[in-house]
Design a protein around this ligand. Sequence first.
Ligand code: A2P
Length: 378
Amino acid sequence: MPAQASSSFSAARAPRVAIVGATGAVGEEFLRVLDQRSFPMTSLKLLASARSAGKTLSFGDQTLTVEALGEHSFDDVDLALFSAGGSISREYAPLAVKAGAVVVDNSSAFRMTDGVPLVVPEVNPQAVTEAGIGLRKELKAGIIANPNCSTIIMLLAVNPLHRFAGVERIVVSTYQAASGAGAAAMRELEQQTREALSAPGGTGTVETQDVFGMQYAFNLFSHNSPVEMGGYNQEELKMVHESHKIWNQDADQGAAVSPERIRTGITATCVRVPVMRAHAESINLTFRDECSELKASELLRAAPGVTLQDDRAANAFPTPLQASHQDDVFVGRVRRDLSQPEGRGLDLFVCGDQIRKGAALNAVQIAELLLERRGAER
Ligand code: A2P
């Protein structure tokens, strides 16, 4: 854990904000989300690698210049939103905290670190308060981790049902977009699509294979994260371990601390599909208590951050394209799992924008929690 300084924030003004990785896919979305939500700021600093220094980006009607990230970048920053990969977070987030900033980190670097809250605002906002991290002198500077995009999207849909009936088991299969691998992967999917379509006979093989080392256009493949002992890849394991932490079902704490007294069994299969920026997930649930199809639809309709899109007559259900650029996670195909006793099993199909709710929006919502706490504690 990084050394804990107290927050550099002064309640007399709005926070001074920095975005680390401002030129990336998530970084650029941070700019849009902060602007669209009129996030209160005294200043906004854009940081990226030295390659991007001097480049300009639009923020509302302003043009801001990107600066090279350095060890003194956080001397005049209260809140730093990081999305430049795990190694940059590991090196610079502790420096930002030492300088008195609160870091909301989109990488996986600190997600499972003790004392670092892992937060989905609709699911466990209390984790921020419990950690004592905040934008006030008397609170700690520190790191708050943004969960993995697939975890966020799954929990938005499953959490309302879990709170009602206790989910004992989740079997999830993902259909993940290019954006999760960054801006370069999105550009490569476009490029490969062009190359494949112009190949003799159409949809043929492609030359450009820099990001994944294989053809992505007109193909799909097991998620590109490293495969661990036991055969699960890291993305799949993140969905398991992060969900347990967010639901307070960590192994070392045991099931007794969970309000539902359940440690949900979770098994995931993560797959990359040639879609630009929204993930889809097929989710099978087993409940401890009864949860009918009707009740689940009612709960999902009322759930914050969720839109129920479940029109059987029209065969109209969530799609990644429709979910793109949307704040909400879309849920449909809500149906009884006929292989389980009545009321004990449901299937869902879920789509959510990976860059937005899966990353930038969730992080900005965490930052908004910090501001609300400041208001509430005055
Ligand atoms: P840059 O554009 O200068 O390389 P994505 O996940 O979409 O690929 O974006 C990664 C982000 O992380 C970009 O903004 C990128 O900046 C930034 N980044 C990569 N390497 C560094 C580095 N060494 N220092 C600071 N930012 C970095």
